[in-house]
Design a protein around this ligand. Structure first.
Ligand code: IPM
Ligand code: MG
Length: 420
């Protein structure tokens, strides 16, 4: 049996962790998260790296537009991810229609073969769902993270010889334009994500694993995934774990009707992308949605949300997604107790409802406050409140010193990359 990929490769007394603020509000989120992590006094040495749109602009300024060296990820960042134990990443900005631009996180998922996209969706106190009877939700999604349509094998226009590859292409021969994206599944890719989901269920005492697929229509790719799922499921029956395969559209429906029936869900890349956003919406939305990209050699933890460019450096965004993401990273490092403290403190702040402690989205979406704009706390204020719940000494000078420290750590004018 190979090692437990959900944990860091080597247990250590101190860890080196790479942090990457990304773009825009990503810096605000990271500052908030680092403030709370400071309150925990962790055995972590931080290594700064940068990636995203800010690096794309820097590389274009350096090499000139169209130069193949232009990228959203500088070589320095790849080296920092490689040489640290884990990476904590905030949100990045994507811009459509920019020639040569490739998403930084998609590149990192492929480069480091981060095949598990782990996306938990758990009900938080003080952030109910809009569903009937306010069900308690505790879902952990295992989204395959490297294959499927994300393999990026695409054609437009379609080369002439490909029209003869399959009789089904006959009717497209007269089309004005034909684009094709290959949906690539491999035996290895399916097995490892399915196995990771079952292993997780086994080690956490969860009793069901659902596999969301469309084997009824997409016979080859999903058909193979379903077959492998049912094979692997048999091995886990002895642990009292039930493997249930179902159509992905049915999952989408049942997630709204009966979300409490789901525990672990495994899905291919595209279906998992969609279903994980749906599940996160049931538990507070993207402001609360953490995720982790995990592979054999390392892991990059990032919230599911985007970088909200309109609020860049305005400290408006909810720090919770980034904090719950940090919790996942702490668990990866085996620092579970610290992770538990973060979740508990978030719950306390959300239920205490003290004025000036919650960000605008929480007041608007969960408190129905018509004055949400005026009453909103900043990212740092909410993070400070959470930090104080963790560490009662985190006020006055100690708090101010920590704020100054993390502000300097996330100075967006001092990005690192493309230096040579
Ligand atoms: C996600 C995002 C990304 C994806 C985008 C930003 C490339 O939607 O992490 O779910 O499609 O995987
Ligand atoms: Mg997505």
């Amino acid at each position: 049996m190979s090692r437990d990929v959900m944990k860091v490769r080597e247990k250590k007394d101190r860890y080196k962790v790479c942090y990457m603020s990304g773009d825009d509000s990503g810096f605000d989120m990271m500052e908030g998260a680092l403030l709370v992590l400071e309150a925990l006094d962790l055995p972590i040495d931080w290594v700064r790296a940068d990636l995203g749109w800010c690096m794309w602009e820097k590389s274009v300024a350096k090499f000139g537009e169209g130069d193949p060296r232009c990228n959203t990820v500088p070589p320095e960042t790849i080296e920092s991810i490689r040489s640290t134990d884990a990476t904590l990443m905030a949100a990045i900005t994507s811009k459509a229609g920019v020639k040569g631009f490739k998403s930084a996180i998609l590149q990192m998922r492929q480069l480091f073969d981060l095949y598990i996209n782990l996306r938990p969706a758990k009900t938080l106190p003080g952030v109910g769902t809009s569903l009937k009877n306010d069900p308690k939700i505790d879902i952990v999604m295992f989204r395959e993270n490297t294959e499927d349509l994300y393999a990026a094998v695409e054609f437009c226009p379609l080369p002439a010889e490909q029209f003869d590859l399959h009789p089904g292409m006959e009717r497209f021969k007269k089309s004005r334009e034909v684009a094709v994206s290959w949906r690539v599944f491999s035996y290895e890719g399916c097995s490892r994500i399915i196995r990771a989901a079952f292993e997780y269920a086994k080690s956490t005492g969860r009793k069901t694993v659902h596999c969301s697929n469309k084997a009824n229509v997409i016979r080859q790719t999903d058909g193979m995934m379903k077959r492998i799922f049912l094979e692997i499921a048999k091995e886990y029956e002895q642990y009292g774990i039930k493997g249930i395969e179902e159509n992905a559209d049915a999952t989408a429906m049942w997630l709204i009707k009966n979300p409490q029936e789901y525990s672990v869900i495994v899905a291919s890349n595209v279906f998992g992308d969609i279903l994980s956003d749906e599940a996160s919406q049931l538990t507070g939305g993207l402001g609360f949605a953490p995720s982790g990209n995990i592979g054999e050699t390392t892991a990059i933890f990032e919230p599911s949300s985007g970088s909200v460019p309109k609020y860049a450096h305005k400290y408006r965004v909810n720090p919770c997604a980034m904090l719950l993401t940090s919790k996942m990273m702490l668990e990866y490092l085996g620092l579970n107790e610290a992770g538990r403290k973060i979740e508990k403190a978030i719950g306390e702040v959300l239920t205490a409802d003290r004025p000036g402690t919650l960000t605008y989205d929480i007041l608007r979406d969960f408190r129905g406050d018509p004055q949400w704009e005026a009453n909103a706390a900043s990212t740092i204020d909410m993070a400070s409140e959470i930090a104080l719940r963790i560490n009662p000494g985190f006020k006055g000078d100690a708090l101010e010193a920590a704020k100054a420290k993390v502000k300097a750590m996330c100075d967006w004018t001092k990005t690192i990359g493309f230096e040579k």
